[in-house]
Design a protein around this ligand. Structure first.
Ligand code: FAQ
Length: 336
């Protein structure tokens, strides 16, 4: 508390100044990891809680669109891969909630924020999975976009988040490959299967580009997050990297992208692409996408249906602690 008092916050910007802030800034510059018990400015802590919890919610809500197809997977091999993938996403949510909890916020608070509609989760999970090809498109495009965004997060300045991201990225890489392999199989299958793959690409392409967030000009958190080395690249830079990596993959399997302005720019060495419909993005983010209500209702129901598991686990843990305390008293009595 004494060291906190040495740091004064600017009343307008909230920026802190003082010896702790100077040390923190020097550690960030030296690429040191900031750990939960280290001093950190309040803005840094808040930004991390917001981003990590939004990320955790995205993983958990992200289980729903694909979970919808587990019982309808066309073969045992596809079912096993999809089951494992959806389970991985649940695991990612758990590591991320745990990373957020190290910043002094409780899991219950974060889950309440999601269920009350206060917390955001990725816009992409508010779109429906209409056909089996959507499972391929999600793995290829959504996990592909997630990896592009998350590899740099392995170098995030906050230790617990950066370490969680290492394992998550390894698993996302498997997810991306299974999605691309699925799309490739459909694209090389019957004309109907190819049409299904093309239709899925048509519907998932633009929402995937929106995953990277608003354009740099409208990204209110980027400047601070990049100065603090939470983010390493801007939203637009990551979006461009994703387009450059993904377009040749789509062409390789004979698919076309739903963008008449997509063209390779010899001069810049990048793929130029058309305008993103930001009205749609902000509509979906503010709760009015095709599946927002359905997704939240499914999450709330799962939480309520699982209440008995939480209660049973708590009762068991209390019983164990009481037994351990009784055993300790008995041992102390015997020793006297
Ligand atoms: N959807 O100032 P910025 C996955 C919000 S995981 C909804 O640019 P920032 C794995 C943003 O929070 C996918 N909201 O913000 C998987 C902010 O909200 P505020 C999730 C969005 O943080 C695959 C406001 O807009 N990944 O897919 C979106 O600097 C398959 C202003 O934006 C992560 O969360 C959006 N797309 O940059 C799972 C990665 N974009 O202040 C299952 C970590 C922005 O009003 C199946 N997060 N917003 O509360 C990040 O890298 C960053 O938070 C960004 C946004 C890049 C998403």
């Amino acid at each position: 508390m004494y060291t906190q008092a040495l740091n004064a916050a600017d009343p307008t910007t909230g920026d802190e100044a003082g010896p702790d802030m100077d040390r923190f800034t020097a550690r960030i510059a030296a690429e040191e990891k900031i750990e939960p018990n280290d001093w950190m400015p309040e803005g840094y802590r808040k930004t991390l809680v917001r981003q990590i919890s939004q990320h955790a919610h995205s993983e958990i809500v992200g289980m729903l669109p694909e979970g919808n197809w587990i019982t309808r997977a066309p073969t045992l091999r596809r079912k096993a891969a999809l089951l494992a993938k959806v389970q991985d996403e649940g695991g990612h949510g758990l590591y991320l909630y745990a990373a957020a909890e190290t910043l002094g916020v409780s899991r219950e608070e974060l889950v309440d924020q999601l269920h009350s509609g206060k917390a955001k989760y990725s816009s992409i999970f508010n779109y429906p999975t209409l056909t089996w090809a959507d499972i391929g498109a999600i793995g290829w495009l959504v996990d592909g976009a997630a990896i592009m965004n998350q590899i740099p997060l392995c170098r995030c300045s906050f230790g617990p988040y950066s370490r969680a991201m290492i394992r998550i990225c390894k698993e996302e890489s498997f997810h991306q490959r299974q999605g691309y392999e699925l799309m490739s199989t459909l694209a090389n299958g019957t004309p109907e299967q190819k049409a299904m793959a093309q239709d899925a690409l048509n519907r998932w392409w633009w929402p995937s580009l929106m995953m990277f967030g608003p354009s740099d000009a409208n990204s209110k958190h980027s400047a601070k997050s990049m100065a603090w080395k939470i983010k390493r690249f801007s939203n637009d830079d990551l979006r461009q990297k994703f387009v450059d990596a993904t377009v040749p993959q789509g062409h390789f399997i004979g698919l076309e992208f739903p963008d008449p302005d997509l063209s390779y720019n010899e001069e810049s060495g990048h793929w130029d692409f058309g305008a993103i419909d930001w009205d749609e993005f902000f509509r979906v983010v503010s709760g009015d996408g095709p599946c927002n209500r359905e997704r939240l209702a499914a999450r709330v129901k799962a939480h309520e249906d699982g209440a008995w598991v939480r209660e049973a686990a708590l009762a068991y843990s209390k019983k164990r602690s009481a037994r351990a305390a009784d055993a300790e008293i008995a041992m102390a009595g015997a020793a006297e």
